[in-house]
Design a protein around this ligand. Structure first.
Ligand code: BG6
Length: 483
């Protein structure tokens, strides 16, 4: 891996502490960091270097998936320098430029510069254009820009943001993070059928009844009301994570493809997504908001009672939808997606439900035979299982039983480790490309507008439940249930 400078905007923020420093440390433990790397953390509050390094160390102790080892720790921390920074001040960029050049020459690092923007959305284009005008991004080596979500708040703002970023960085240099694409099981999807021909046979489309994608959470809005009140589940989870999961699931690749080919296939999927109109969105979309309830045996407040939330808020904390992918592979097979905060459990999974035979043997099983399911658990557990029906000889009834294909014994790397490593090595396969982002916004824009105009009901659901009843009815209309 080439030696480089890693400039982190937002180094005193939550993401840096919880995810980025631990990810860098685990890469370091695995020997997956460049031999010479200068990591420059930027933030508004002034800190001496040693205090910043102590903060990094504390973050590792609090959040690293592997325990901090004394050996090598100081070497790791020595990579970090801090620079007080105001994104709108020319002087800040000048200071930063000098520090980058000073470290490059002290450590003999070529002008390869990776800029990670973990900052408020309104600062993203300001920083990118200042990096350009200050000369910091005009390097003799390569330059790359990693941008955190949200990428815009609607189609227009996303297009404007992209236009501004493109004046300073080319599409190949922009790495838009969607951390769901960094989850190891999501990265597996692309090669699942290729590596497992038997699964390919199973995934014969004429035998699939529907596909369900769930990303449920037990946490509520936490301390993020000021952001979430404007975002809602639709912008926070659906436009990015869930639509990316739809694209990755629908890829269904029989052969190993290059990064570019995967990008093209993903684009084909999102282009084939049948549009949902604002006026008729209520037919295929369910939005919900949690009320007070009990999550994991603890009483919790309703969304409207959360700190910072408007008591009359119409923000969606739950979203479910019926989608149709009108291409040759998936035509006639509905995709159902859902996500919600304060539900009964934390689980991200993809379930493929197979068609059942007509229930003609109810002598054996009065309840009918449960459908076969292929379940891909993405997090918090990683697992693939097949649900089959086994006959219980004592009652002569069929009982659904899961066969596990894979259980992860060893702890897997975290999404940010994989994504940071890819960005450092210049592999953009698991980042969101502009056309995917734009097409996702295009598809979801009428629904965003329907929400803003309250053109469809806001259902409530008690915290700790699986979501509003309306989401169950959505599937029951098609004679299905959520799994
Ligand atoms: C983030 C959202 O992108 O993803 C959060 O902003 C959400 O609201 C989180 O909690 C869920 O991620 P994960 O990896 O815990 O499923």
């Amino acid at each position: 891996m080439p030696n480089m400078t890693f400039v982190l905007f937002g180094a005193t923020g939550d993401l840096a502490k919880r995810k980025l420093f631990p990810a860098l440390y685990n890469l370091f433990l695995d020997g997956k960091m460049p031999t010479a790397v200068s990591i420059i953390g930027l933030g508004r509050t002034p800190y001496p270097n040693d205090e910043f390094q102590s903060k990094v160390e504390q973050a590792l102790r609090d959040y690293s998936r592997r325990p901090v080892q004394t050996a090598g720790l100081q070497d790791f921390l020595n990579h970090f320098q801090y620079c007080t920074f105001d994104a709108t001040s020319d002087e800040s960029y000048q200071n930063l430029h000098e520090l980058i050049q000073y470290r490059e020459s002290a450590l003999d690092i070529p002008e390869n510069r990776l800029f990670y923007l973990s900052v408020a959305p309104q600062l993203v284009d300001v920083i990118a254009s200042n990096l350009h005008s200050s000369g910091i991004s005009q390097t003799k080596g390569w330059k790359r820009l990693i941008v955190e979500k949200p990428f815009g708040s609607d189609l227009k703002s996303a297009q404007q943001l992209n236009e501004r970023l493109s004046t300073a960085f080319s599409e190949e240099e922009i790495y838009r993070i969607d951390h769901y694409l960094g989850k190891p099981m999501v990265q597996n999807l692309e090669s699942l059928v290729f590596a497992n021909p038997a699964l390919g046979l199973l995934l014969d489309h004429s035998k699939i009844a529907n596909v369900q994608i769930t990303a449920s959470e037990t946490v509520g809005v936490e301390s993020r009301a000021s952001y979430y009140e404007h975002a809602g589940a639709i912008r926070d989870m659906v436009q990015n994570h869930l639509l990316q999961l739809v694209m990755m699931t629908a890829l269904n690749l029989p052969e190993e493809l290059t990064a570019k080919e995967i990008e093209i296939k993903k684009k084909e999927v999102i282009t084939s997504l049948r549009p949902i109109e604002k006026e008729t969105a209520y037919r295929d979309i369910v939005r919900g908001q949690y009320t007070a309830g009990e999550v994991l045996n603890t009483p919790v407040a309703g969304y409207k009672e959360e700190p910072g939330v408007n008591a009359a808020s119409m923000t969606d904390t739950y979203f479910a939808a019926r989608l149709h992918i009108d291409n040759q592979d998936w035509s006639g097979i509905p995709f159902y997606i859902r996500t919600g905060k304060r539900t009964d459990k934390k689980s991200t999974r993809i379930v493929i439900e197979f068609k059942s035979k007509v229930n003609d043997n109810n002598k054996l099983s009065p309840e009918g035979i449960a459908p076969n399911l292929l379940i891909v658990e993405i997090s918090p557990n990683e697992n693939i299982s097949l649900r089959v029906n086994m006959k219980d000889p004592s009652t002569n009834r069929f009982i659904p039983t899961a066969i596990n294909f894979s259980t992860t014994q060893e702890e897997q790397p975290e999404a940010y480790e994989l994504l940071l490593f890819d960005a450092m090595t210049g592999n953009a396969t698991f980042f969101a490309h502009w056309q995917e982002v734009e097409l996702s916004w295009k598809w979801i824009q009428p629904i965003v507008e329907a929400f803003e105009e309250n053109a469809l009901p806001l259902h409530t659901y008690p915290a700790g439940s699986t979501g509003p009843d309306a989401a169950n009815q959505l599937l029951q209309e098609d004679q299905f249930n959520w799994w």
